[in-house]
Structure formats: C-alpha cells, structure tokens
Design a protein. Structure first.
Length: 138
C-alpha cells in the first residue's frame, strides 16, 4: 500500500510540473505623475482644510539655500525626521501652517518637504508659511 501512495505523490508532482495551475495574474500599473490642473485646484479650493494637531516638535536647523531649509521634525503620527530638506514653493491647496497654525491659502509662499518620484515622506502633505520662518542667527 505504501508503494501506491508513493506512486500517487510522484504522479501528482509530475502533473503539477507539466500542467501547472494558472497563476494569479499581477497587473503592472505604470505610475503617472500627478499634475495639478485648474480642475484639481478648483476642487481643492472648494474643500475646507481640516486643521491637524501641531506636531510635537519642529526645529529649523539652518537655511541651506535661498529656497531650501533643513528642518528637524518629530511627530507621533508621521515619525521623526532628523535633518529633512524642505523646499519653497506655492501652496496648491488650503491648509494650516505646521509651525504657527495660521491658515494657508492657495498661492501662498510655503515650505514643503522635498518629494521625489521614488521617495515621499509621511509628512509630505504638511506646509510651513514662508513668512513664519525665522532663521536663528549664528
């Protein structure tokens, strides 16, 4: 009897090799860059921004250039970023300043965390008003 069970195992293994079960197909989706259009800006303007709690600690370490800052960010929901690079730009939507809590309108000059196609930090949606940034004197 053990011989029959052994033959059955070999037969099933050979059948699996010769006629494998159809594998689950994985669809590859090409990433598209999100471009803000007038429609997206209008939709974002209609929505009222929700005020998030201020993070536990934000420290401006230094001004790296005329448009970049090095910031130390610590927050229980997004994590700890020791020397995160923030870049100046214009606000694409309404929000609140992470440093002062003041409202941010579309078109305001703000600093945001640097984001690339391969890397987006957890706090990439947060902004700091450029008018609230004061660089400590050395």
């Amino acid at each position: 009897m053990t011989l029959e069970a052994h033959e059955d195992i070999i037969e099933r293994a050979l059948l699996c090799l010769l006629a494998p079960a159809p594998a689950v197909e994985v669809a590859l989706v090409k990433k598209k860059k999100l471009r803000l259009t007038k429609t997206l800006l209008c939709e974002g303007a209609k929505q009222s921004p929700k005020k998030e709690l201020l993070p536990a600690r934000i420290s401006i370490i230094e001004r790296l250039s005329s448009v970049t800052l090095s910031i130390c960010w610590s927050d229980s929901t997004t994590g700890y970023f020791g020397e995160q690079v923030w870049r100046m730009g214009l606000a694409h939507g309404r929000s609140f300043c992470a440093l002062s809590g003041m409202p941010i309108r579309i078109g305001d000059s703000v600093f945001r965390p640097w984001v690339s196609e391969t890397r987006a930090p957890a706090n990439s949606h947060r902004m700091i008003l450029a008018s609230c940034v004061r660089i400590p004197s050395s």
